[in-house]
Design a binder for this molecule. Structure first.
Ligand SMILES: *Cc1c(COP(=O)(O)O)cnc(C)c1O
Length: 391
């Protein structure tokens, strides 16, 4: 297909639900992408949080190729080895738990809501936060604390209460005898890269213990090494009751997972919840390769080192650039808040060969692959500096 034919087919045949950048990509490797004209781009927002290993990681490719030739799919009423191994790995690297596999972040969060309600035996209310993002299904939209995503879709499912982020008092006020859980992203992604404070999170943990509530962390974006620990909750010295994962866990293939503390994991019994494709052999092999690569290639260490380097560079840029208001984030999850609209900055960066994102209108979001190099960061910062100087 030629470029024009691709655009034409999308226009004719695909629902217009995405704001699109007019680029057609054909190939990727690490932090590099090539478009249909063979122009190379530096990808500092690979897959919207999916590409923690960058594009086409060789070990993921190898695992998928190997599994595809053996057994592509077997449903969840039977057993297979890749899922058994993947669950064991996830539990080994997190906390005593049991896992449920599904296909996406929203689906993982839906599972968490169902488990919480079942566990609650009449208590059903879940407290979430302003500027959170938990997905696009009706219940996850109800949980998402951003009106712009909810408009036009009412009535949304009941039982969600949204309060101010990083405000423990507000949470305490919101807890009622109907409350069963508190759910948060420890670093809000879509909401503008807002980091939960240590006091806030340990306060939540304490409150949950007092009121017998479940603490649910949505690690769909922060998980699998993004913040410099395998899971973001590990920065906070506590364990959640439920963690949801998706995005980067499959190395580019779709997967979601619910990691539930052992004591409550049997709340959902046979027949109460299911997902046809969840944790199939191919995707499980891909995820195993991802977890192995994170360890073997010391990507957590690299994330911390490169994160520090990136933040130093961004802060230096801030001194020089009057349009930068604040730089914030954790590990390789960086937000650059501007005092101008970010849309044009992103467009200019893309035209100069750097792919980044803008969220919450004014926050540039940089989330390079965890194996990013200093040289690639230098190049990205050079382009960003160029663009900001002309903004
Ligand atoms: C992307 C995201 C989701 C939704 O994941 P999907 O796979 O798109 O359903 C949920 N929570 C967070 C924190 C996310 O970043």
């Amino acid at each position: 297909m030629k470029l024009e034919e691709v655009f034409a087919s999308y226009k004719e045949n695909i629902m217009p639900t995405y704001t699109k950048v007019p680029l057609v990509f054909v190939k990727g490797k690490g932090s590099k992408l090539w478009d249909i004209h063979n122009k190379a781009y530096l990808d500092f927002f690979p897959g919207w949080g999916v590409g923690n290993l960058g594009h086409c990681h060789p070990k993921v490719m190898q695992a998928v190729r190997d599994q595809v030739a053996k057994l592509i799919f077997i449903p969840n009423n039977y057993y297979h080895i890749p899922q058994a191994r993947l669950a064991k790995e996830l539990v080994y690297w997190s906390y005593p738990a049991k896992v449920f596999f599904c296909n996406s972040g929203a689906e993982a969060n839906e599972g968490a809501f169902k488990l919480a309600r079942k566990y609650g035996q009449g208590r059903y209310e879940i407290i979430t936060f302003e500027n959170s993002f938990h997905g696009r299904t009706l219940a996850t939209l109800a949980a998402t604390g951003q009106k712009k995503y909810q408009e036009g879709f009412s009535p949304l499912p009941e039982g969600f209460k949204t309060v101010k982020f990083n405000d423990l008092e507000a949470v305490k006020q919101a807890v009622s005898d109907k409350t069963i859980a508190i759910m948060l992203e420890l670093v809000q992604g879509e909401g503008g890269i807002n980091v939960a404070s240590g006091d806030f999170v340990s306060g939540l943990r304490k409150l949950c213990a007092e009121k017998k509530l479940l603490l649910i962390v949505d690690e769909v974006q922060t998980g699998v090494g993004r913040t410099g620990k395998l899971f973001c909750y590990q920065h906070y010295g506590l364990t959640p009751d439920i963690m949801t994962l998706a995005k980067s866990l499959g190395g580019g293939l779709p997967i979601g997972a619910l990691v539930v503390r052992k004591e409550i994991a049997d709340t959902l019994g046979p027949g109460m919840h299911a997902s046809t494709f969840g944790g199939g052999p191919v995707i499980a092999r891909a995820a195993l390769a991802v977890l192995k690569a994170v360890q073997k290639e010391k990507l957590l260490k690299n994330t911390r080192a490169m994160g520090e380097y990136l933040f130093t560079k961004l802060n230096t840029l801030k001194e020089k650039s009057p349009v930068i208001q604040e730089v914030r984030g954790l590990g390789l999850m960086a937000g650059v808040e501007l005092n101008i609209e970010g849309k044009e900055v992103v467009e200019k960066c893309i035209s100069q060969g750097l792919l980044i994102n803008c969220t919450h209108a004014r926050v540039l979001r940089l989330m390079p692959a965890l194996n990013v190099t200093k040289k690639e960061i230098d190049k990205a910062i050079g382009i960003l500096q160029n663009v900001l100087e002309s903004s």
